[in-house]
Write a new protein. Structure first.
Length: 131
């Protein structure tokens, strides 16, 4: 719903840039999503904001490192899409286990889990009065 999207993603004043409260909430929500999906959280690192003048958007990039199956990864993407915050997935990388197959002799199900790195960003829309 559009009003809900605007409520969580529109800054109406410079001090209301939602960089602190909403991004702290986003990190907490992201950690909860990972826990709910039983995805191993290996780190969430927030980077410096990127402001664009056209369209009037401030992006807050994050580097996310996780360990999961392909199915869990698909569920994570679904959860990010349904999140209140506008979330952009810029890039993701799977680190293959094929080269390490001998490590899984005692735990064959372990080969189903992959280290994944994601570059994502939340977007805060700026109204015309916010520079």
């Amino acid at each position: 719903n559009v009003p809900g999207v605007l409520k969580h993603n529109l800054a109406s004043a410079k001090k209301d840039m939602k960089l602190d409260k909403y991004n702290t909430d986003f990190r907490a929500r992201l950690s909860k999503i990972l826990a709910d999906l039983e995805i191993e959280n290996k780190g969430i690192r927030q980077k410096d904001p990127i402001e664009k003048s056209s369209p009037r958007v401030t992006y807050i990039p994050y580097e996310l490192k996780i360990r999961c199956t392909f199915e869990q990864f698909a569920e994570l993407i679904n959860a990010l899409e349904k999140n209140e915050r506008i979330t952009i997935i810029n890039e993701f990388r799977f680190i293959s286990n094929v080269q390490k197959i001998s490590k899984f002799k005692n735990n064959p199900r372990g080969i189903m889990y992959h280290d994944v790195e994601l570059d994502i960003a939340t977007a805060t829309l700026r109204s015309k009065g916010v520079k």
